[in-house]
Design a protein around this ligand. Structure first.
Ligand code: CP3
Length: 347
């Protein structure tokens, strides 16, 4: 296993030998090794068995030679000790047994102790720090808004209608839920860092459904709490969302040393909006990985051109790897990024 510090260096906007590359959802169903384990264990079982979670985390590191590992877990695991019930129904995605709709529901959410109730996550981190032999390990949690949206809707959603109805009709209930989640998620992220995560990512995957004004009122203060709790421990913090073109300045204000960029705006335009005092991560469209290698190469080179070899770019997709992605194409992207950037990064 190649050991490189270029991921952590780029997070700190230090110069690197080649642009670091890893992929959101780099472990998962597109890999045969993962599917073999999933035949025997459910997603939640994998997460709750630290040795298996660690093994699954390592699969893409071995197969692809990426510059960072991301802990195998799910942003919805804290829903279990909150007492709301979590299941992954076949073909339906996550299902929350007791969705939160009223102030009574918020108050009925259980308090929990991260080290004991989610201890299996921290155990996986401790195993991985040994097993990875120097490849940096990224921990993560969901941002309060994205987690709240699942808790309110009861599962995945397109329109976020129940979430927005709560926001606009009973804002005090929404704020109470976000306050509670910001505390729980801060604790969870801090525990991961103490267990050995060398960087963390906060996934606000669905925040792009909001206007800037609503982001500022309903999301920013709570995301800031979580991001700042991690930043206080001096590890790189990646603040990620999709559909965030109009939200980037506010997301920067909320926090994070690295801002995620999806493919809906060119990397250079996004970086300019954010400012060069932050690193950026992104921004290949995951769908490009289904194209011929020549097309993939054009798109990879375009992104690297736009980064101009400036310190502080971490190559990634704009969102997670899709289910039927050809593994060889993912590996090819790693090679393309290394080859091209070796010649083009600024000294
Ligand atoms: O990146 C990684 O390799 C680490 C693992 C990881 C998973 N979930 C495992 C997983 C990470 C970082 C997540 C984060 C996550 N989970 C997010 C934020 C990132 C994003 O994609 O926006 C969200 C929104 C979730 C919630 C979630 N988990 C959904 C909506 C689903 C179902 C979707 C589907 O593809 O069926 C999951 C299930 C899930 N979490 C899988 C994996 C690998 C699916 C595979 C399986 O069932 O084995």
């Amino acid at each position: 296993m190649e050991i490189s510090q270029r991921f952590l260096q780029a997070c700190r906007r230090e110069s690197v030998d080649t642009t670091p590359v890893w992929f959101m959802r780099q472990a998962g169903r597109y890999m045969a090794e993962y599917r073999a384990i999933r035949e025997k264990y459910s997603l939640i079982e994998i997460c709750q068995h630290p040795e298996i979670a660690a093994e699954v985390t390592m699969q893409p590191v071995r197969a692809l030679g990426v510059d960072a590992a991301i802990l195998f877990a799910d942003i919805l695991l804290p829903v279990i000790p909150l007492g709301l019930g979590l299941e992954f129904a076949k073909g339906e995605g996550p299902v929350i047994g007791s969705p939160v709709r009223t102030l009574g529901d918020v108050r009925a959410m259980k308090s929990f102790d991260t080290e004991s109730d989610l201890g299996y996550v921290m155990d996986a981190i401790r195993i991985l720090r040994q097993a990875l032999g120097g490849v940096p390990l990224i921990g993560f949690c969901g941002a309060p808004f994205t987690v709240a949206s699942y808790i309110i809707e009861g599962g995945s959603s397109r329109e976020f209608l129940k979430t927005k109805t709560m926001m606009y009709s009973v804002p005090e209930v929404f704020h109470a839920l976000m306050e509670k989640l910001s505390v729980v998620l801060s604790d969870y992220l801090v525990a991961q860092i103490h267990a050995g995560a060398q960087a963390v990512q906060v996934f606000d995957s669905w925040v792009g459904t909001l206007s800037p004004a609503d982001y500022e009122t309903f999301v920013l203060p709570y995301s800031r709490k979580v991001l700042q709790a991690a930043e206080a421990l001096n590890v790189p913090v990646i603040h990620f969302g999709t559909n965030t073109t109009t939200l980037l300045p506010l997301m920067k204000r909320a926090g994070g040393s690295v801002l995620g960029l999806d493919w809906r705006l060119p990397l250079d335009d996004g970086w300019k909006i954010i400012g060069y005092d932050r690193a950026v991560q992104g921004n290949l469209d995951p769908a490009i990985l289904f194209s011929p290698l020549s097309e993939i190469k054009t798109r990879v080179h375009d992104i690297l051109h736009r980064a101009e070899g400036r310190p502080g770019h971490i190559f990634n997709l704009g969102h997670g790897i899709l289910q039927h992605t050809p593994v060889d194409n993912v590996k090819a992207v790693v090679d393309m990024v290394r080859e091209f950037s070796a010649e083009n990064v600024r000294a």
